[in-house]
Write a protein that binds this ligand. Structure first.
Ligand SMILES: *Cc1c(COP(=O)(O)O)cnc(C)c1O
Length: 459
């Protein structure tokens, strides 16, 4: 399997190369040059099988790795998910299900990708005898998931930039309490987009990138998207696919999780509607409605992991909608950087509207949804999941709807308590989180200063 950049100017790579490179050298994101299709009989055979088996079938054709190498990595990765089904479904209403993706070590769906990436990186680095430096930006959940996946691993230093004061206490403590020396939590004075911009700038500084062996594990990393494709297959086949279609609603920020759903559909999974759900930072919903992709300021919400205006993985969807035209994609991304937005062509908009629908939930609607679902079903939703549930309810149709439950409610206890009157408890395995000492370095929104800090720490 070969991988190409969405901006058309970087060399094609194999799976390992695309995974280790993260952001392509032309600033683009790697996508497979073609998406393999699974046979309906192969898809049907996934129903009721262990998650790890489904993962092997879905990921095998993308990785070029033989099963003897890939299967144990998958086994070890998902042993960290504290539920025998890994991604269990729960029923909310006659035709509406929650896909619980929060049973991993950091209580959010990002563990599914990050635990696998940790195993893959360790395997590759051990084979090559090389060292790497991971630098990631997080709106809260990616960073802790990366730290959990990489803490204590040999040959890997892990630096995570998060927006100072804009992540929840649980999210921050998950990043600042690990004691391993290879973990570095950096609180940046700025918002998530500033963190993401700093990471991109470091990647575009090629001498620095080569000196420190820079590697990205943000949601732009193809291996992360790939890991997320798996649970669409697991959930849909449990509900009757490929014999009947299933819809998914995805609380969306960086467009990684929902793009994984798009890939699943390209592979032959009969996904009827694929619904983008945004909070009031609704650039994606506005884009779908108007065809204009235009940044506004980021407003903090009770679903902070979706407080994003630069939705990195949307570039992959654009590239596909433009018929894999790297030059057109590069032009749009350039316009976004220079002018804060761009207009999508009619043809590409039509393609996007065939693939996705969208909705948004205001803060009041999100709170009201948490309260109502708790009252009527007893399920306690995290605010991100509540955004999804609210939007999903507007999209109800014939096919079963699955809303991705992206985080555990205890990760956002203040918002959940305000809506329901009850403070959700952390799972027992992390009950002492608030007693552990924190270790964090505050940094200015200054790329050069962050780079020199990284070079000092790894020297
Ligand atoms: C990261 C995250 C999202 C958004 O996912 P994207 O892949 O960035 O669209 C939604 N909910 C939670 C809890 C998250 O951590």
């Amino acid at each position: 399997m070969r991988y190409q950049s969405t901006r058309g100017q970087a060399p094609e790579l194999d799976f390992e190369g695309a995974m280790l490179t993260g952001l392509a050298r032309d600033g683009g994101l790697y996508v497979p040059t073609e998406i393999p299709r699974l046979d309906p009989s192969e898809i049907a055979a996934m129903a009721g099988r262990p998650y790890e088996e489904v993962a092997l079938t879905v990921m095998r054709p993308f990785t070029g790795m033989d099963d003897a190498r890939l299967a144990p990595l998958i086994e070890r990765a998902y042993a960290a998910i504290d539920h025998p089904a890994r991604a269990p479904l729960r029923q909310l209403a006659p035709c509406h299900f929650l896909l619980e993706l929060f049973h991993g070590p950091t209580l959010a769906f990002k563990d599914f990708a990050m635990q696998l990436i940790g195993q893959l990186f360790q395997d590759v680095m051990a084979r090559r005898g090389e060292r790497i430096t991971i630098v990631g930006a997080t709106s809260g959940d990616t960073g802790s998931a990366a730290i959990e996946a990489f803490r204590g691993l040999d040959n890997v230093e892990c630096f995570i930039l998060f927006p100072h004061g804009r992540v929840s206490d649980v999210q921050r403590r998950q990043m600042t309490t690990p004691t391993e020396a290879n973990v570095h939590a950096l609180a940046l004075h700025g918002d998530f987009d500033d963190c993401q911009a700093a990471v991109k700038a470091m990647f575009n500084d090629h001498p620095f990138r080569d000196r420190v062996g820079l590697t990205a594990v943000n949601s732009i990393n193809w291996a992360r998207v790939l890991a997320q494709v798996v649970y669409y297959f697991a959930a849909a086949t449990a509900l009757g696919a490929p014999h009947r279609p299933v819809c998914f609603t995805v609380p969306t920020g960086n467009f990684g999780d929902i793009f994984a759903g798009w890939v699943a559909r390209q592979m032959g999974l009969p996904i009827d509607r694929l619904v983008i759900a945004t909070n009031r930072n609704d650039i994606l919903h506005r884009t779908m409605a108007s065809g204009a992709h235009r940044k506004q300021g980021v407003a903090p919400t009770i679903s902070p992991s979706m407080d994003i205006q630069v939705s990195s993985n949307f570039e992959r969807a654009l590239f596909m909608a433009y018929g894999r035209d790297g030059r057109a994609t590069a032009q749009l991304m350039d316009e976004l950087a220079r002018e804060g937005g761009f207009q999508i062509s009619q043809g590409a908009m039509q393609a996007l509207r065939e693939d996705f629908v969208s909705g948004r939930a205001s803060e009041d609607e999100t709170r009201a949804t948490i309260a109502r679902i708790a009252r009527t079903t007893g399920e306690i939703l995290c605010p991100h999941t509540a955004v999804g549930v609210k939007v999903a309810e507007e999209m109800a149709g014939e096919a079963p709807m699955v809303t991705l439950a992206t985080a555990h409610p205890a990760k956002f206890p203040d918002a959940v308590e305000a809506a329901t009157g009850t403070r959700p408890a952390l799972p027992a395995r992390m009950a002492d989180l608030f007693d552990r000492p924190e270790r964090v370095t505050e940094v200015a929104n200054d790329v050069a200063a962050i780079q020199s800090l990284i070079e000092k720490r790894i020297a």
